[in-house]
Each structure stands twice: as C-alpha cells, then as structure tokens.
Design a protein around this ligand. Structure first.
Ligand SMILES: [Zn+2]
Length: 195
C-alpha cells in the first residue's frame, strides 16, 4: 500500500538534495516520477536548485487553486512516485489531495518542507501543519546550527538583525540585506535578546 511521507527540516538541511536523490533512484530503475512544487516559490522559476550542485526541472509548478489529485490523475500516467518540494506552501486542501493520490491512485507521495516559519510564534506554514497531522510517515532531516547543536528554527535576518515579524515571502527590493539562518533555540533567543 502506498503511503504519504513528510520529510521536514530547517533551511539548508538538504531537503531538495534528498528529493533529487529519490527521483534519481526511481529513474535509474526505469520508473517515472512527477516532481512538483508550489508556484509561490518563484525565485528559480521551474528549476529545483541545491547548494551543492545537482538541479532538475520540475514537472509541474502549481498554483494555490490547483486540485493536485485531479491534475495528477488526469495528466500524469504511469508514475511511480510524486515528489513535492517546498511543501510548506501547500494549502491544507492540497495536502489532503496528496493523501487522495496515495489512497485512490496507490502512488506514494513524498513531500519535503520546512516545519515552522521564521516568525516562530504563530500557526506557521499551513501546508506543513496539515502534513504533520495526516502523513503516514514523518521524519526529520537534521542540520546543525552555527554553534554546532541541532538547528530547529528558521530565522530571518534583515541587515544582520533577527526579525520575527513580516510576510512569509519577502520580496528583495535591493535596499535591505535579507538572510536566512537555521538556528538552535538557544542561539535564536541569544539573537532575539540582542535587539
Ligand atoms: Zn546554536
């Protein structure tokens, strides 16, 4: 029986790299996969990039309005697996549609995303929250903080200062230096108290 998998981690933990590895493993064995990502994340167009090199075009960039079950069942035949990058930007309904793909089409779906947004204190990314609630299998991809402990939090820095307020997606207007760092909770509070 196919399953819905959610692999989460802080920024820079290698989620996209793992996704590309899974796609490669299927394709090496002559099987087709469907790699999808939300159109919300437009910084590299249709491409998935990794910091250490490998990249791949997505098969489908989807809007928040698209019904993923209908799209995959109609237009993607004979696929062995659906791989979702930046799954935090799914709507809760789309996370449920991934489960429909798993159950009705018997195709495994592996979704990769961030667990929590940089604001830390609100309800976070609705796509990740829904996947944490419903996925058959949930696993953390670990990475380390600048201090060497396990990083848990995604932090936004503007001109070198930690911020915990603002929109999920920040447009770079060229006047402010935007930086994201994966930090452990202790380092997060250290930077927060520096303000
Ligand atoms: Zn730390």
């Amino acid at each position: 029986m196919a399953k819905l998998y959610f692999r989460y981690g802080a920024m820079g933990c290698g989620k996209t790299m793992q996704l590309l590895q899974v796609a490669f493993n299927y394709e090496e064995r002559g099987m087709k996969v469907c790699v999808i990502k939300p159109a919300t994340d437009t910084k590299n167009g249709k491409k998935l990039l990794t910091r250490i090199g490998p990249e791949r075009d997505t098969d489908l960039c989807f809007s928040r309005e698209m019904n993923l079950y209908e799209e995959i069942s109609k237009n993607y035949k004979d696929i062995a697996c659906v791989l979702v990058d930046e799954a935090q930007f799914l709507t809760p309904a789309q996370a449920d549609q991934l489960m429909e793909i798993v159950i009705k089409l018997n195709i495994p779906v592996m979704a990769y995303g961030l667990r929590l947004n940089f604001r830390q204190e609100d309800s976070g990314f609705e796509g990740s929250t829904r996947l944490l609630q419903i996925a058959h299998n949930i696993e953390e991809i670990k990475t380390i903080c600048e201090c060497g402990h396990k990083a848990l939090l995604n932090c936004r820095f503007l001109n070198g200062k930690l911020v915990t307020d603002g929109p999920d997606i920040l447009i770079d207007d060229g006047t402010t230096e935007i930086e994201y760092r994966a930090l452990c909770p202790a380092c997060f509070y250290k930077y927060k108290n520096q303000k």
